[in-house]
Design a protein around this ligand. Sequence first.
Ligand code: ADP
Length: 496
Amino acid sequence: MADTGYILALDQGTTSTRALAFNAEHKVLAVAQRELKQYYPANGWVEHDAAEIWDASLAVMAEVIGAMEARGMTPMALGITNQRETTILWDRRTGEPVHRAIVWQDRRTADVCDDLRKEAGVTARITRQTGLLLDPYFSATKIAWILDNNPDLRALATAGDLAFGTVESYLLYRLTGGIRHATDATNASRTMLCDIRTCTWSEELLDLTRVPKALMPEIVDNAGAFGVVDEGLPGAGIPITGLIGDQQSAAVGQACIAPGQVKSTYGTGCFVLQNTGEELVYSQNRMLSTVAYRIGGKTAYAMEGSIFNAGTVVQWFRDQLGLIQSAPDSEALVAGLSDSGGVYMVPAFTGLGAPHWRADARGMLSGLTRDTSAAHIVRAGLESVVYQTADLFAALKADGAQPAEIVRVDGGMAANGWFVQYLADICDVPVERPVSVETTALGAALCAGVGIGLWPDLEAATAQWQLDAHYDPAMEAGHRAGLLKGWQAALRQCLA
Ligand code: ADP
């Protein structure tokens, strides 16, 4: 890449929309960000305004392009990464959304899933084709919900007047002036409509969930020529050459591109991805199988486990209980303690994700005594995120995955050195934190770089990955086993 060129990444997340400029050394040269308004119209419902997402995307792109122009630099390519599963329907003529976006966290279709589950063999068929579990988390039942609750929209959808897409697909459509209606294989793999063995839409699952095929985008690779930014928009003429869902993007940004490699992201929730290469491994322990990336028509797969509450535990201590002033304060508060004083916390604020998938579970603190201090409780909270990660690794191991040699961490909580050391200790695996913590946006930038031919493949694109800190496990095995036994006992109480 010439010294005056850079790669623009658009990171459309659950709580914000960001644009970042990266150079070929993975360095962030500029950032712009807009918060995204959350709508909670009913219990368990979460919505976004897709028009706001579009406006914010243009605003952050314009800001970064402007800042870089002032430094004499121009964008070579655009890569987009996004919150996955979130469902948008829009008018093909205008590109305007016809309904609020239904966000991945939204549980309104739980009943629909329960009804589908009653039909013999349905769950097994869904898992076989999609690698997922039948759950409201994924897009399929969200699309059907919009059509079922707006009969006019179902008629328009069947007639081919509407389009469906997850966020990257919607942004691609609008950025290309309606020329390209496509989704990438990683995002498609989260709809519960894609047969990930072939990366094609499953007619059977479209029928089952009553989603008209006329709505569906073309499924494309993560790197390629997907169109150019339309005239009159910020960055007009930039080729769009990378599309990838956020967790897969973080895995690419962490250079987890060889079978066996693992990344774990600790933001609001925690997402563990283990690359399984060309092999599609089905979990017997309620982990998900998913597309890690597809480049040059070749698909790599991953196993994924998600924990709903990670950073939210720290936020809860700060905002609800007032035990800490700021998230980073948690480190100094707990580091001086020898243990949590027998306190265990199960942070099931919104249920438990993998490997339990218990939406009805609620949080719990156990082992409290008169000697329990605020520090013990905060420590139990941080420990709980580690124990939940250990449960995910145990599930992966039970599924026959090769144990990770190293786990690469990122996300807000990865800044907490005590937390990362405890993770290494309890999971009994070395943990590494990279210099570039912007792994999600970086993954999209690297895909875009491959798409434009800056690098021949992901191996070359990720070769610059740089270590910030390495943590070796240093806990005695008996001690570890005792702590995990206590956690399992607390977890059983919570699930009961
Ligand atoms: P997201 O992308 O999901 O919004 P981030 O990756 O920005 O999340 O991480 C933010 C989360 O990390 C917050 O929940 C915050 O409480 C937590 N966090 C940030 N810094 C620390 C820290 N030093 N120790 C523990 N938790 C932290």
